[in-house]
Write a protein that binds this ligand. Structure first.
Ligand SMILES: *Cc1c(COP(=O)(O)O)cnc(C)c1O
Length: 344
């Protein structure tokens, strides 16, 4: 039986059209700034985000870390949601690489509110760490793929800037936020001092992320990229996949969202799972395992035996992610298989 892989939107494989674009990419040495395809991707993404410049990097983790690292000094504090990617899934990099301290706040489905941010910013006093950076994630992964209302982003930015802090936007799934809200990526990015975006999640490229901001931030990011070993040579082969993804795979994200809603509604009918259908805004579906004596690991193992791969968000919750490689018909099949797995 072919497995239906709903663990993550990173599991997509390059499509034939994308592979063609990669094969035909014009390349040069990007450490010298001479790869025309990388340069075109950087210009394209800077324009999409309404920022002065952008820098291509291998991963979203590196994008977040060099963007924040360019704005932090040791002992500085980062105000963020306690469930954010940068704190939970980046190997402790904020502490390990930049010596930053974290002020993790309990967000509502991962989203911070401006008053909560204001309250967490330290007054100027020699006893305190220096509050330096606010970090937000849109869409929010552990929050359930939640989309920030643009007014909230604007208000958080206003508080941060008024108090002398900078704002970093982790936009690994900013494309999903835009597909949901109908807003342009630049509408969200306009409020941030630095932005990271991924090409290897919903857009389906094999690798690649970008950091965007003003020219001086991107120049600093470039130095940090080299320091961390992220300066790639003929990276145009990867950048071509990213350009292809931006041109061809953004509009279809709405299909992933539709598939996620349908999956969530079907899973909510199963007694073994508890799903908040109304909380499903984009392509992530979280389901709490309610079956007596079962935890997420046991449920995931049962699903695997029935040909569906799901992620384990924590000991109680499964995560299902819809993406480019799972068309609507496969979602229908997945629903049947999951129902069978949890009955048996
Ligand atoms: C996936 C992800 C990243 C970056 O992940 P990489 O695997 O390093 O590319 C950053 N932020 C969020 C919210 C993510 O979901």
């Amino acid at each position: 039986m072919d497995l239906i892989d709903l663990r993550s939107d990173t599991v997509t494989r390059p499509t034939p059209g994308m592979r063609r674009a990669m094969a035909e990419a014009e390349v040069g040495d990007d450490v010298y700034g001479e790869d025309p395809t990388v340069n075109r991707l950087q210009d394209t993404v800077a324009a999409l985000l309404g920022q002065e410049a952008a820098l291509f990097v291998p991963t979203g983790t590196m994008a977040n870390q060099i963007a924040m690292g360019a704005q932090l000094s040791p002992g500085d504090e980062v105000v963020c949601d306690q469930g954010c990617h940068a704190v939970n899934y980046e190997g402790g990099a904020l502490a390990a690489l930049w010596g930053a301290q974290i002020r993790g706040l309990p967000g509502r489905r991962g989203l911070l509110d401006p008053a909560q941010v204001e309250e967490a910013i330290r007054p100027a006093n020699d006893h305190h760490p220096r509050s330096r950076l606010v970090e937000i994630e849109n869409t929010h992964n552990r929050g359930g793929g939640t989309v920030y209302p643009i007014e909230t982003v604007a208000a958080i930015a206003k508080v941060a800037h008024r108090r002398g802090l900078r704002l970093h936007l982790d936009g690994a799934r900013l494309w999903n936020a835009c597909a949901k809200s109908g807003l342009a990526p630049s509408a969200y990015a306009a409020h941030a001092d630095s932005v990271s975006v991924c090409l290897s999640k919903g857009l389906g490229a094999p690798a690649g992320s970008l950091v965007a901001g003003d020219r001086s931030l991107v120049a600093d990011a470039r130095r940090l990229r080299k320091r961390l070993g992220g300066g790639m040579r003929q990276a145009g082969v990867l950048a071509a996949a990213g350009l292809y993804a931006l041109e061809n795979h953004r509009e279809r994200l709405a299909e992933d969202h539709e598939n996620a809603r349908r999956l969530a509604a079907a899973l909510a009918e199963l007694p073994a799972l508890q799903v908040e259908v109304d909380a499903v805004e984009t392509n992530l579906v979280f389901a709490e395992v309610r079956r007596e004596g079962w935890d997420a690991a046991r449920a995931a193992a049962a699903l695997r035996e029935h040909g569906v791969l799901a992620g384990e968000a924590d000991s109680r919750r499964l995560r299902f992610v819809t993406h480019l490689d799972v068309p609507a018909a496969a979602i229908t099949a997945a629903i049947d298989r999951i129902a069978a797995a949890l009955r048996s």
